[in-house]
Design a protein around this ligand. Structure first.
Ligand code: AMP
Length: 209
């Protein structure tokens, strides 16, 4: 089963993606996590990507396509979180004959997005996602899964959040129409604060596809 998770920043794609990946034993690929790793390792790609990411802008298509495409070509089953985000990235999947079975579209209101991102914490080591209010770690500041340090991402300032939502509306919303026309899109109400509610709906939609 090859799955794409679509939706604005803060819609919960990463959290739900991790839950589905564990349940279904399918690898999850987040281009945001892969790029943050390149930045942390100070690679050439990371140095190029950082300035775009800090502002909340998209990293150029060629860089993103290069880091993801070879990882998924030939795989039987994967979940993509945060890719594709532009029409050019959709085309890169098609030209590599990578077939998609279902696209889950996380629909969420702007006030929920802002609130969620302002209270989100991410593990520096394994990229697990927490939320101070809804999904707190057992020990403050420490990842339940790996014991890593939890931190707030640089692109979670109010200005960067607003810019990320604007860029999403402009660049990625057209993908919703594209995949709807292709008959692959399934809408999910991503407003509930309890991730289990969204997870159950997502799992059911994937199993029905
Ligand atoms: P995310 O963790 O998915 O919110 O991604 C964080 C940041 O990484 C985004 O704001 C972009 O700067 C960059 N990024 C992640 N995935 C992509 C992509 N598919 N295309 C372009 N930029 C991306």
């Amino acid at each position: 089963m090859n799955v794409i998770l679509l939706g604005s920043p803060g819609a919960g794609k990463g959290t739900i993606g991790q839950m589905i990946a564990e349940e279904e034993q399918i690898p999850l690929f987040s281009t945001g996590d892969l790029l943050r790793k390149e930045v942390a390792d100070n690679t050439d790609i990371g140095i190029k990507a950082k300035s775009f990411m800090d502002k909340g802008d998209y990293v150029p298509d060629n860089i993103v396509v290069d880091i993801i495409r070879n990882r998924i070509v030939g795989l039987k089953g994967f979940i993509l979180d945060g890719f594709p985000r532009t029409v050019a990235q959709v085309n890169s999947l098609e030209s590599a004959r990578i077939k998609i079975d279902v696209v889950l579209n996380f629909v969420v209101s702007t006030s929920v997005i802002v609130d969620r991102l302002a209270t989100r914490l991410t593990c520096r080591n394994c990229a697990a996602i927490y939320n101070i209010k809804n999904v707190p770690p057992k020990k403050p500041g420490i990842c339940d899964r790996c014991g890593g340090e939890l931190y707030q991402r640089d692109d979670q300032t109010p200005e960067a959040i607003r810019e990320r939502v604007r860029v999403y509306e402009r660049e990625t919303k057209p993908l919703v129409d594209y995949y709807r026309k292709a008959g692959l899109l399934r809408d999910i109400d991503a407003n509930p604060s309890d991730p289990d509610v969204i997870y159950k709906e997502a799992l059911e939609l994937i199993r029905l596809s």
